[in-house]
Ligand binder design. Structure first.
Ligand code: ZN
Ligand code: ZN
Length: 584
């Protein structure tokens, strides 16, 4: 029986995929996804001038018989969808039955296909059948598209430059190769190899083939599930961030998708591990019941709507956050990773062998031990890993360039950015104080008066309760002036007025809704930065030692609250390699 079925007219209307052909890469996408659906294990894409001159896709898939090959060019023919109901159970890539006729109506297409029994060649130009004869291909399909938009000059002018068109196609094939590490992809442009994957079915290997060793070496694996979703993939350590969102690779049931809520969950998981303007590299594979996915909201089928998106985003956020937390490392000065400070696998094994009581017990002991230094932590597992890190001791040897503390221990040499380090310590202290429900205040011997512009004065009046809730005793005091008689104790001594002015500035930026969590976080960051030693301020060795001790005790000692690194490490091995004491 023929594999392609003609859809009913209603179903065709239901799909109304719109314009699928708008640029070279959208043709490449349709053709390659056809190959994937044909169960190809090898797909070769050959572009000339980024596809502007010609696009050729060759696969070793199951091919088509003569009847199917002809049917593939008639509108509303598709092997992917059979009944209306199936539309909601789409587990294949899309509806390319729609695409081939559209492509053939605006270009010249030569299709060669062989299903093992028969081999067919079909030649169509501008929708008109020029040739239909026996072909000479081994099993698989080959399609060449040339003269794109030759008969629709209006659309021709929307095509971009060769560079842009090739870039789009490379980007697309990279994503498809990550979605299908079991398929061997080759992409050439003007007969030069651009991208090659081995089809090893190993995702990390595919990442290596696409991004190179420097990236694949810095990827962390994750895996988790809830009732509806299984997620799996790799995220990058915060040291190799990108300046755009292009490498947020998300796949649902092996289909490339885009979803802003998922992107937000990813971004949130890196909170304070990276600056806001940077984005991670991630390969996130989501498997779920296709009924939860609505792929039909956009003709290019990348934007999807999901039922239970909230649960999915929670799962993603928690999993990524824990993966990062459990793998936090000091970035190495050299590209290669050497000593892993956190022997997390060992510790994890210990924890997983513990009984529930033992876990609780360990946690209790630990909390008692570190009472004054430990910010809120969630699980005993995290506590144990943190405990291991907290054993690390750094001995300062000096200050370089008035900015970097040089320290050492038995593992190597460390460079610490003194501002970033103190900012992290202060940030965690402020956050802890701000979260504390019991407020203690300090009376000012000499009250502080703050004069404001009349508009700021009135504006502050609307938000005075924020300040009083924090523990300030603040009253109106003549024209446009407030008097502060007491402040919460966490305000740094000798920096009272400076701190209070900063807090008022921040209160005045509150627009409509007051979000206490966001406000506290902002406040902690601002004060932490303000109250930390700047670069080019010399500190003594004793002060440096104190700073390093406090830093190691932080929840996340490795980044400032803005996501910059605090410590960089040169391991003994790194040094020996640089000085050629060891070779390799
Ligand atoms: Zn700062
Ligand atoms: Zn910072």
């Amino acid at each position: 029986m023929s594999k392609i079925h003609v859809m009913s007219e209603t179903l065709a209307n239901k799909i109304s995929a719109g314009e699928v052909v708008e640029k070279c890469s959208s043709i490449v996408k349709e053709l390659v996804e056809n190959s994937i659906d044909a169960k190809a294990t090898e797909i070769r894409i050959e572009l000339i001038k980024g596809g502007l001159e010609s696009i050729k896709v060759v696969d070793n898939g199951i091919g088509m018989d003569k009847e199917d090959a002809i049917l593939a060019f008639s509108r509303h023919a598709t092997s992917k969808i059979i009944r209306d109901d199936d539309l909601f159970f789409i587990n294949t890539m899309g509806f390319r039955g729609e695409a081939l006729p559209s492509i053939a109506s605006v270009a010249e297409v030569i299709l060669k296909t062989c299903d093992g029994a028969s081999s067919t060649l079909i030649h169509i130009k501008g929708g008109e059948l020029l040739e239909n004869k026996s072909g000479d291909l081994r099993v698989g399909t080959s399609i060449i598209v040339t003269n794109l938009f030759y008969n629709t000059p209006a659309r021709l002018k929307y095509l971009k430059s060769e560079n842009t068109e090739s870039y789009n196609s490379i980007n697309l094939i990279e994503k498809l190769a990550l979605a299908h590490p079991n398929i061997k992809f080759t992409l050439t442009n003007n007969e030069k190899d651009v991208l090659k994957t081995s089809g090893s079915n190993n995702l990390l290997k595919a990442i290596h083939e696409i991004y190179g060793l420097n990236v694949s070496n810095k990827m962390l694996e994750f895996k988790a599930s809830n009732n509806d979703f299984d997620i799996y993939g790799f995220i990058c350590k915060p040291e190799i961030l990108r300046s755009n969102r292009n490498d947020l690779n998300t796949f649902i049931n092996d289909r490339v998708i885009r979803n802003s809520e998922i992107n937000k969950a990813i971004n949130d998981a890196y909170y304070t591990y990276k600056p806001d303007s940077k984005y991670p590299i991630i390969i996130l594979k989501i498997d779920t019941d296709p009924t939860l996915v609505d792929v039909n909201i956009h003709p290019t089928k990348q934007d999807v709507k999901l039922s239970k998106i909230g649960e999915l985003c929670d799962l993603i956020y928690t999993t990524l956050k824990n993966t990062l937390y459990n793998n936090l490392l000091i970035p190495n000065a050299l590209k290669e990773e050497s000593v892993n400070i956190i022997k997390d696998s060992v510790i994890k094994e210990i924890v997983s062998n513990m009984t529930k009581d033992e876990k609780v017990q360990t946690q209790l002991n630990f909390v008692v031990e570190e009472k004054n230094n430990t910010p809120e932590l969630n699980t005993s597992e995290e506590l144990l890993i943190n405990k291991e890190m907290k054993k690390m001791v750094l001995y300062p040897v000096g200050l370089a360039l008035g900015t970097y503390i040089i320290a050492q221990n038995e593992e190597g040499i460390y460079l610490i950015d003194q501002h970033a380090a103190q900012e992290r310590i202060n940030y965690e202290r402020y956050i802890k104080s701000l979260k504390n429900k019991t407020i203690t205040t300090t009376q000012l011997l000499i009250p502080i008066t703050i004069e404001l512009s009349s508009s700021d004065f009135l504006e502050l009046k609307n938000h005075l309760n924020i300040l009083t809730n924090m523990g300030f005793i603040i009253e109106e005091f003549g024209i446009n002036t407030y008097i502060i008689k007491a402040h919460p104790t966490w305000i740094l001594k000798d920096h009272e007025e400076e701190s209070i002015r900063k807090i008022i500035d921040l209160v005045l930026t509150i627009k409509d809704k007051f979000d206490p969590i966001k406000f506290n976080d902002n406040l902690a960051k601002t004060l932490a930065c303000k109250m930390s030693i700047k670069a080019n301020m010399h500190i003594s060795n004793i002060a440096a030692e104190e700073l390093l001790k406090e830093l190691i005790l932080c929840d996340n000692p490795y980044n400032c609250p803005h996501g910059r690194p605090t410590i960089i490490k040169l391991s003994i091995y790194d040094l020996e390699r640089m000085f050629k004491r060891v070779m390799n």
